[in-house]
Design a protein around this ligand. Structure first.
Ligand code: FES
Length: 648
């Protein structure tokens, strides 16, 4: 069930022949290059701690950047399609340049401007704000000398650190000081003392970044000294049984204020579990996690802190707080990390929360000299559009379909999920883990519906057209059937699946997908409308989200998840909110930038806009197989030249 990938490596030598190699999906680029006979230098032992394995993806889908790509290569090189070969997994056919010369870094896609020298942006500076001091404290031993443990500790620390030790840390102090005869490690966050431990713990400085989505939660454990991501964790948001989307979760709380504590306990329990799991996998003590960054939409943010989200769900949908918040882990009841500082990014407005701020940071959209957009797809989708000096954002309530929920055979992007579907005389599915399929995740759903459109199985309104069978190939026609009075299309037969069931999409699945993609697309079209930007004025559209493994930009445009943008302008960016959270974990400068960004981005309310209904109806339908007359209408009400639609 797994499609092989063809990679073509070139090494920059004009006389050298390109080398082709077949790779498995998810294979590391560096391994594939070596199998092709080309050597890639790996100075740091493939740990993402140097730049020696740097490659440039010349053609093919661009794998989303990892935090180590961002740390080692810097934002500009990442946007110029450079990646670390030891950190990058292949997802599709691609042409790759090995060891590209430095002189290639000339073309700036998103210039920083201001004539900054190249060295300035080559790497992201690691400045987590967490500092550890190993000190030897003289224990008080003279009864006539008036002193205290606190004063003796402070005497050994630089003068710019706070003049007192917080009470919760003082409680640890007497035992810690005496365990190793006054040798202790003092941890500070900015200028505040947050922990004191016995002995030398200076080599253990860790942090975790969390993206709390309405349906899923993902986290990463990161070494704050090196920027290396040690472990990734994630799973379903355990609040999901209390409401699949934001409004139903808010309604759950509205009925009884005590329910806020139920939802809060669920997410805190999940985070404590993820922290424990990550520490076990990395073999570290959670005591050494001293900074957490948490991003999420406004509702997730409020529930996590313990603020009633009721009024976020009622017009005019105002949040209770927008500013950034920093709290000790123990105050938030995160018992696994009592001494860590938990940093929550600011909220923009309404449902457009800290996750959107993080995504804007990761994509650097605020530096763009041309119009760009980021489209963050999740149960609550968000769109940011604009350029340097003016950015607008809106929330697009898609529901959980694109994360695999409310789809009959839907599942998260985990082992056994169909993640890619292609059609060539028959249906081919690619499955995560290269195993027998047991369900379909978001990227597979988008591909599957695009394949149904290409085959002529679906019509523009979203109806599965059972009458189309005579026009289909025999194999495709067999997949189109009626079961229990419902039309459905089989992607994988029970003989091939891992649960002995046919895996199919039925009319109700298609309707759920239409509502989800219609919400996202209308968000994009609305911001185009407000900014009066035609499709061809958008230089790039970053498609972001952690659903499935990899979304096909062609399929996204084919089903009108996005308006008919030229495909070479749609860039899959992966989980931008998660990447932004990791950047803030590693850089206090990024955290400050987040505060400025949240103030500057203008919020657009979709539902109250007079053009919303018209735009939504248009966004709900699928585009014609071949744009008749070659035209589509964009959000700015302009006729656009038809493109990218092909019929097989
Ligand atoms: S080998 Fe050092 S970053 Fe890849």
């Amino acid at each position: 069930m797994s499609a092989k990938i063809t990679l073509e490596f070139v090494n920059g030598d004009v006389d050298a022949k390109p080398r082709s190699v077949t790779a498995e999906p998810e294979e590391l680029l560096i391994d594939a290059a070596r199998r092709s006979g080309l050597e890639i230098e790996a100075t740091c032992g493939e740990r993402g701690r140097c730049r020696s394995c740097r490659v440039k993806i010349l053609a093919g889908n661009l794998p989303p950047p990892s935090i180590m790509d961002t740390v080692q290569l810097g934002h500009e090189e990442v946007q110029e399609r450079f990646r670390l070969a030891c950190q990058t997994r292949v997802t599709s056919d691609a042409k790759i340049l090995i060891a590209p010369p430095k002189s290639e870094i000339g073309h700036k896609l998103m210039s920083l401007g201001g004539g900054r020298p190249e060295a300035d942006h080559a790497r992201m500076e690691l400045d987590s704000g967490v500092t550890k001091y190993l000190i030897n404290v003289e224990l008080p031993d003279d009864e006539n000398h008036q002193t205290s443990d606190e004063e003796e500790v402070l005497r050994q620390l630089p003068g710019d650190i706070s003049a007192t030790i917080p009470v919760e840390v003082l409680r640890q102090l007497p035992a810690a000081l005496r365990e190793q005869f006054g040798r202790v490690t003092v941890t500070t966050f900015l200028d505040e003392i947050i922990d004191i431990e016995a002995g030398d713990a200076t080599g253990q400085k860790y942090g975790m970044a969390f993206d709390i989505g309405t349906t899923s939660v993902v986290g990463a454990l990161i070494d704050l000294d090196t920027g290396v991501e040690l472990v990734a964790v994630g799973g379903l948001n355990p609040q999901s049984p209390y409401g699949g989307d934001l409004m139903s979760r808010i309604a759950y709380v509205q009925e009884d204020p005590k329910r806020l504590q139920t939802l809060r306990a669920k997410i805190l329990g999940a985070l404590n579990g993820f922290i424990k799991e990550a520490c076990e996998k990395a073999d570290i003590d959670s005591r050494h996690i001293h900074k957490l960054v948490v991003v999420g939409n406004t509702c997730m943010h409020h529930i996590f802190v313990g603020i009633d989200p009721t009024y976020v769900g009622l017009a005019p949908y105002a949040p209770s707080v927008r500013r950034p918040i920093v709290l000790p882990g123990q105050e938030l009841l995160l018992k696994t990390v009592p001494f860590a500082r938990v940093c929550l990014l600011p909220i923009i407005a309404g449902f457009v929360g800290a996750d959107t701020v993080a995504a804007a940071l990761a994509t650097r959209i605020y530096e763009s000299e041309d119009y760009r957009a980021l489209v963050d797809i999740g149960t609550n989708g968000e769109v940011v559009m604009g350029k340097r000096g003016r950015l607008m954002a809106c929330s697009a309530p898609a529901g959980p379909a694109l994360e695999g929920a409310q789809i009959r055979h839907g599942m998260r992007g985990a082992l056994g999920a169909i993640e890619k579907v292609s059609i060539d005389g028959d249906i081919q599915c690619q499955v995560i883990g290269n195993t027998a399929p047991i369900g379909i995740c978001g990227s597979g759903l988008i591909d599957g519906v695009a394949a149904m459109l290409d085959a002529g199985v679906l019509i523009e309104s979203g109806l599965i057209n059972i009458e189309s069978r005579p026009k289909l190939t025999e194999k495709i026609a067999r997949r189109l059937r009626v079961r229990n009075d419902r039309a459905e299309f089989v992607l994988s037969w029970s003989t091939e699946s891992g649960n002995s069931e046919d895996i199919s999409l039925n009319q109700s699945d298609i309707r759920q997908l239409q509502l989800a993609k219609g919400a996202i697309c209308s968000g994009v079209m609305m911001l185009q409308n407000v900014l009066n930007i035609k499709n061809d004025q958008l230089k790039e559209v970053f498609l972001c989200g952690g659903f499935g493994n990899y979304i096909s930009t062609r399929s996204a445009v084919r089903i009108r998840l996005l308006p008919s943008f030229p495909l070479d302008r749609v860039i899959y960016f992966g989980n931008a909110a998660g990447l932004g959270a990791k950047m803030v974990l590693l850089s206090e400068a990024e955290r400050e930038r987040a505060t400025v960004l949240a103030r500057e981005i203008e919020h657009v309310s979709l539902a109250t806009h007079p053009d919303f209904q018209d735009i939504f109806v248009q966004a709900l339908n699928f585009p014609p197989a071949q744009a008749e007359g070659g035209d589509e209408v964009d959000g700015a009400g302009n006729r656009q030249a038809g493109e990218v639609m092909t019929v097989r």
